[in-house]
Design a protein around this ligand. Structure first.
Ligand code: SAM
Length: 207
């Protein structure tokens, strides 16, 4: 099972290495930009697991939520002026109906599967009627650990619920899936033989 303290400490340690390796353009950013353009003008957006503040906070007028202090420090530098909040995705410290949209890019993948439905239920609670969610999840279920992720010396753990399980979680929380894309990892976008291992799901709250 994923230990959230290991994930948080891992991101505190890996933050500058991850930021240097993470492509900020490419397919996932193009999908994000189209998603943001489709929102009403002045929509309020939550970047759930904002990390280093790219690409979401830099492209949107959004509130960033993350539990890693080092990631939030990078986000403050990369997206000056963004509102940043330290907290857990499973218990976001915001009132109901606070946002028009939530984006979770490569963050739900670290939430233990036991907390996954509750986390997506929380996203639904935070959204206004008809609110939208753009979530990146694994193509398939997978759970794993890397003791030296990105050769940074930091341990990292993942728990991917997979696209099929996530569709169920979304449906249970009252969302309807609007669109879906299978994409390669932004850490491997320059590699010719990278397998598309990630799914981005655009969903709308059906209330
Ligand atoms: C792979 S990074 C993604 C950062 C950015 N969204 C991106 O697309 O590059 C995952 C981020 O999610 C955060 N995170 C993971 N689990 C979390 C949790 N339960 N609560 C808050 N933040 C979490 C980590 O601290 C990290 O900054």
């Amino acid at each position: 099972m994923v230990d959230k303290d290991v994930v948080r400490r891992g991101y505190d340690d890996v933050a500058p290495v991850y930021a240097a390796e993470r492509a900020t353009d490419g397919r996932s950013t193009a999908i994000l930009e189209r998603f943001l353009e489709s929102l009403p003008e002045a929509a309020s957006v939550l970047d759930a697991g904002c990390g280093q503040g790219t690409p979401v906070l830099r492209n949107a007028s959004a509130v960033g939520l993350d539990f890693s202090g080092e990631q939030l420090a990078l986000a403050a530098a990369n997206a000056p002026g963004a509102a940043l909040v330290r907290g857990d995705l499973a218990a976001p410290p915001f009132a109901a109906d606070s946002f028009d949209a939530v984006v979770a890019y490569w963050s739900l993948i670290h939430v233990p599967r036991e907390d996954r439905q509750a986390t997506i239920d929380e996203f639904a609670r935070l959204l206004c009627s008809g609110g939208r969610a753009l979530l990146c999840v694994g193509k398939d279920d997978w759970r794993g650990t890397n003791p030296d992720w990105l050769e940074s010396g930091a341990e990292m753990q993942w728990d991917l619920a997979g696209a099929a399980a996530t569709r169920d979680h979304l449906r249970n929380a009252g969302f309807a899936v609007v669109d879906e894309w299978t994409i390669v990892d932004p850490l491997e976008e320059d590699s010719d033989d990278a397998e598309p291992a990630w799914v981005i799901i655009d969903a709308r709250l059906d209330r």
